[in-house]
Design a protein around this ligand. Structure first.
Ligand code: HEC
Length: 174
């Protein structure tokens, strides 16, 4: 009797192993999660080298070159700072805090530096621009998410947070 059950069981197991679609269905409880759709912040595939999205400019300078040679074409004025504040909130504050000192829980967890320190105030606009574009060490790149004008608006907003320049109409976060 037991031998009969053993044979039936073995047949069942071997049919599972040969019928790959049944095996592939396991574990079934993650099916909806593991699908081809993109997960948050994932991009479809790496673009071909040199690809430039519509409306974007090609940018080839290294951070070192940008520090010396790249000048900020967007004047430091109310509208740019205001736009920069909104973009900072979307793209940078998660790690650098709303005020740039990176002192909150996430900032500490990813070891984001306090951007209000003198050494970062000394950065040229071009260097900050290129850092946003390429990312640096453990900081992800943000170039592909922002247009050229948006990057310069963020550069201007960081100068505002650092107190290098100021406009009276935009309120500094605490
Ligand atoms: C996912 C977290 C994260 C986000 C979001 C982020 N940063 Fe950073 N940033 C870091 C970390 C971590 C470092 C330190 C990198 C290192 O030295 O390893 C850093 C460093 C920097 C530096 C100093 C670079 C240097 O030369 O040492 C600047 C400037 C900066 N970030 C600006 C920005 C701006 C502007 C944004 C928004 C566009 C931004 N960051 C968004 C994590 C982040």
């Amino acid at each position: 009797m037991q031998v009969k059950y053993f044979i039936i069981f073995s047949l069942f197991v071997s049919s599972l192993m040969t019928n790959s679609s049944t095996v592939m269905a396991l574990p079934w409880d993650t099916d909806l999660y593991n699908q081809q759709s993109l997960k948050s912040n994932e991009i479809a595939r790496s673009p071909v080298m040199g690809t430039v999205p519509v409306g974007f400019e090609r940018f080839n300078m290294t951070i070192e070159e940008a520090e010396k040679n790249l000048t900020n074409p967007v004047p430091f004025e109310e509208n740019s700072v205001w736009r920069g504040q909104r973009l900072w909130g979307q793209q940078c504050s998660a790690c650098h805090g709303v005020n740039g000192d990176s002192s909150h829980f996430v900032g500490k967890s990813v070891a984001a530096p306090n951007l209000l320190e003198e050494r970062f105030k000394a950065y040229t606009d071009g260097r900050v621009y290129a850092t946003i574009y390429y990312g640096i060490r453990s900081m992800p790149r943000y170039g592909y998410k922002l247009s050229e004008g948006e990057r310069w608006d963020i550069v201007n907003y960081l100068k505002f947070l650092q107190g290098k320049e100021t406009v009276s109409t935009v309120k500094k976060p605490e």
